[in-house]
Design a protein around this ligand. Structure first.
Ligand SMILES: *Cc1c(COP(=O)(O)O)cnc(C)c1O
Length: 363
C-alpha cells in the first residue's frame, strides 16, 4: 500500500471544534439564536467592539488590494499598548498560526516539545503535523505540574508550551511557581506562555508573561483577539519575543498571513478599552453567579481564571452534552475528562438558560 503521509500525521485525530450554532439549528429544525445558545468555544458573549466592526466594514471596500504583509499599524498599536518594541511582535492568523509557526521555525531534527495534558490540543496537533516529537506531562489535579514539566525537559527539548490560564481547566500558574520553573530549566529552552485568557485572570499572583522577558529573554508570550476582544471569526493573534527570534519567525511566516480586515479591526479593538472593561466585568460577575448556582445544584466546579469553567457532572459527560444539545444549549465535553463539561460564560440570560437545561437534564 502507498504510504501517503508520515506516521505522525497518520496519528492525528482532527481538531473537534465547538459545535456550530447553525449545525445544531439544522439538527433540531429550529431557528438559530435565540433558540440556540453556544457556550462551547469561549467566545465573547458581548460580540465584537462596535469600533472594530466599523473599521472592518471600512476596510471591505479595499479588499482588491493585498494587505500590508508586516501588519505595521497593528504592530505599532500593540507595541504601544504592551510597552514593547514593534520589531518584537509577530501577528498571526489566530494565535493558532503562531503556535504552529514557533514549532516550524524552531524545532528541527528530533528536538522535542513539552506541554501538559490536558491542555490546549493545538500543541499536540501541530507537533504531529510537523513530525516533531513531544512529551506530555499530566496535570497535578487540574493545574500545570511545573516541577514535573521541568523534570521532563531534557537536552533535546527546544520548546515548552504553558497555557496560562490553562484550557480546558481554567486554572493558572502563579508568579512564584513560574519563576521557579524558569530558573530550573536551561536558558536555551524557549518557554511559550500561551495567554489567550490573560485579560480575564483575576488572581493576585497571576503573572503577566511579559514581566519574565528581562530575566529570561527566551520567554515568548502568545495572545489572541479571539477571546476578550471578540474577534474569533476574523482570526487574529500575536506573539511577543526577542527581535532576533521574531526575525526567524518572519522568514517562515507566509506573506499576507493576516487579512487587511483583521488588521484594521485589531487596531480598533485595542483602542476600545471600554468594551474590554465591560467584557471583563461581565465575565467576573457571571463567573461568581454560575459558581454559586452550580454549587446549589450540588455540582463541583474547578476554580477558573478564564471565561469558562469546568463542571463535574458526576456521570458520563458525553451523554449530558448530547441532552443539553436537544435543549438548544451547546457546551463542550472533553474526552480526557469524561465526567466534566467545559461551559463558557455567557450573558446572564444565556447562563440562566444553561442552568435551567442542566437542571432538566440532571434531574
Ligand atoms: C482559544 C485559545 C487560543 C486562541 O486561538 P486563536 O487561534 O487565536 O483563535 C489559543 N490558546 C488557547 C489556550 C486557547 O484556549
Amino acid at each position: 500500500m502507498t504510504t501517503w503521509v508520515t506516521p505522525s500525521i497518520e496519528r492525528i485525530r482532527p481538531y473537534q471544534p465547538g459545535t456550530p450554532i447553525e449545525e445544531v439549528a439544522r439538527r433540531l429544525g429550529v431557528r438559530a439564536p435565540p433558540e440556540i445558545i453556544k457556550l462551547a468555544s469561549n467566545e465573547n458573549p458581548l460580540g465584537p467592539s462596535p469600533l472594530a466592526i466599523a473599521a472592518a466594514q471600512a476596510e471591505l471596500a479595499r479588499v482588491h488590494r493585498y494587505p500590508e504583509s508586516e501588519s505595521p499599524l497593528l504592530r505599532s498599536a500593540l507595541a504601544e499598548h504592551l510597552g514593547v518594541g514593534a520589531e518584537e511582535i509577530v501577528v498571526g492568523n489566530g494565535s493558532n498560526e503562531l503556535l504552529e509557526l514557533l514549532i516550524r521555525t524552531f524545532c528541527s531534527g528530533d528536538q522535542r516539545v513539552v506541554f501538559a495534558e490536558p491542555s490546549f490540543v493545538v500543541y499536540r496537533l501541530a507537533c504531529l503535523a510537523h513530525g516533531v516529537p513531544f512529551t506530555e506531562v499530566a496535570l497535578d489535579g487540574y493545574t500545570h505540574d511545573l516541577p514535573a514539566m521541568a523534570r521532563a525537559v531534557s537536552p533535546g527539548t527546544r520548546l515548552v508550551f504553558i497555557a496560562n490560564p490553562n484550557n480546558p481547566t481554567g486554572t493558572h500558574v502563579g508568579r512564584k511557581a513560574l519563576n521557579a520553573f524558569l530558573d530550573a530549566i536551561p536558558p536555551d529552552v524557549m518557554v511559550v506562555l500561551d495567554e489567550a485568557y490573560a485579560e480575564y485572570a483575576e488572581a493576585p499572583d497571576y503573572p503577566d508573561g511579559l514581566e519574565f522577558r528581562q530575566q529570561r529573554p527566551n520567554t515568548i508570550v502568545v495572545r489572541t483577539f479571539s477571546k476578550i476582544y471578540g474577534l474569533a471569526g476574523l482570526r487574529l493573534g500575536y506573539a511577543v519575543m526577542p527581535r532576533e527570534l521574531a526575525g526567524y519567525v518572519n522568514r517562515v511566516r507566509a506573506p499576507f498571513n493576516v487579512s487587511s480586515i483583521a488588521q484594521a479591526a485589531g487596531v480598533a479593538a485595542l483602542r476600545d478599552r471600554e468594551h474590554v472593561e465591560r467584557s471583563r466585568s461581565l465575565n467576573s460577575t457571571e463567573k461568581a453567579f454560575m459558581q454559586q448556582r452550580l454549587a446549589e445544584m450540588g455540582l463541583s466546579v474547578v476554580p477558573s481564571q478564564a471565561n469558562f469553567m469546568l463542571v463535574n457532572v458526576a456521570r458520563p459527560a458525553a451523554g449530558v452534552y448530547e441532552a443539553l444539545l436537544s435543549h438548544g444549549v451547546i457546551v463542550r465535553a472533553l474526552p480526557p475528562l469524561p465526567s466534566m463539561l467545559r461551559i463558557s460564560l455567557g450573558t446572564r440570560a444565556e447562563n440562566e438558560r444553561c442552568l435551567a437545561a442542566l437542571q432538566a437534564v440532571l434531574g
